[in-house]
Design a protein around this ligand. Structure first.
Ligand code: PEP
Ligand code: MN
Length: 342
């Protein structure tokens, strides 16, 4: 709430009331009277002014609009930190010149399948493995994940391949067990606004992949990142565009490629794209993965399965290792064209 623009017909009493309210809140007002309208500049630390407080000014007599200069997400904004955030995980740096590809099945199903997939994606050039042990399924009768056993398999495969693991947390009560096994904690789309969960993961320094909610705006995504960062212990947040709900029915979701350059403009946090959930169809994964890299993403999350037909979840959007390998090769050229490395 840094600039208050008055309506053309605003009276000096309207102006006085606003100045009084600002001063009451500890701010100073500088008034600039133009030929047509008056503008009030608010001086002081406005970063703690809530949206509610800001709109309480907006509804005052004589006010036309309010321009907030400091965005509601402060720690996540470029106003606060202009330089790009680089997140170091093992020997990998996310947010630097090198792109990172997180690949693996939707869910960890058993040790041998998971290890086979992990080895295949590593061989193709993936730098992280993924797999869910706690799955957010639409139906309570669908496979819910192996729980801690799944985490053990992830950690075992990580030890064998040397790749760090990304896995989803669904419940703050699982934090200790997840911290024990995961290198990166994923907050899924369905939990993007689970504020207690965001605060919980914000209390530790473990890096986070924060997925965009199914119908969340980019501002809401950034506010969710702010929830994590506002705990004061964790600024290692990687934003993930994973498609949003639209009226289109040909695809599972509509992958919002706009999100990449928009987020890059608004935030210093790394941005990755998940074309698997973004499209829901394996044959759309490669073109959208390329589009994401071309648009400036810092990495990708891709679902891969050795036997998609038999996968316990998201088989229809999973690439077979062979297709994944071809895609990785093709992505190198796109990366190079936009000044990135793979
Ligand atoms: C997943 O990564 O398997 C997943 C459930 O993703 P999302 O939360 O984006 O749907
Ligand atoms: Mn999935």
């Amino acid at each position: 709430m840094d600039i208050i623009v008055m309506r053309p017909g605003a009276t000096s009493k309207d102006l006085r009331n606003i100045v009084k309210k600002l001063e009451h809140k500890g701010f100073k007002a500088t008034i600039s009277k133009g030929t047509e309208r008056t503008v009030i500049g608010v001086i002081g630390d406005t970063s703690k002014v809530t949206e509610e407080e800001s709109s309480s000014f907006e509804t005052m007599q004589g006010v036309e609009k309010i321009h907030r200069i400091i965005k509601p997400y402060k720690l996540a904004s470029k106003d606060f930190k202009p330089e790009q955030t680089k997140i170091k995980i093992g020997k990998n740096i996310i947010g630097g010149k090198k792109l990172h590809i997180i690949a693996g099945p939707c869910a960890v199903e058993n040790m041998s399948t998971f290890l086979k997939i992990a080895q295949e994606v590593k061989h193709a050039g993936a730098t992280f493995i993924r797999g869910g042990a706690y799955k957010p399924r639409t139906s309570p009768y669908s496979f819910q994940g192996l729980g801690e056993k799944g985490l053990e398999f992830l950690a075992e495969a990580s030890k064998i391949t040397g790749l760090p693991v990304v896995t989803e947390i669904m419940d703050p009560r699982d934090i200790d067990v997840i911290l024990k096994y995961a290198d990166v904690i994923q907050i899924g789309a369905r939990n993007m606004q689970n504020f207690r969960l965001l605060q919980e993961v914000g209390s530790y320094s473990k890096p986070i992949v924060l997925k965009r909610g199914l119908s969340a705006t980019l501002k809401e995504l950034l506010m969710a990142a702010e929830y994590i960062m506002a705990q004061g212990r964790n600024n290692k947040v990687i934003l993930c565009e994973r498609g949003i709900r639209t009226f289109e029915t040909e695809t599972r979701n509509t992958l919002d490629i706009n999100a990449v350059p928009v987020l890059k403009k608004l935030t210093h946090l790394p941005v990755i794209v998940d074309p698997s959930h973004g499209t829901g169809k394996w044959n759309l994964v490669a073109p959208m993965a390329k589009a994401a890299i071309a648009a400036g993403a810092d990495g990708l999350m891709i679902e891969v399965h050795t036997n998609p037909q038999e996968a316990l979840s998201d088989g229809e959007q999973s690439l077979k290792p062979k297709k994944f390998k071809i895609l990785m090769r093709e992505l190198k050229a796109v990366a190079k064209a936009v000044g990135r490395e793979m």
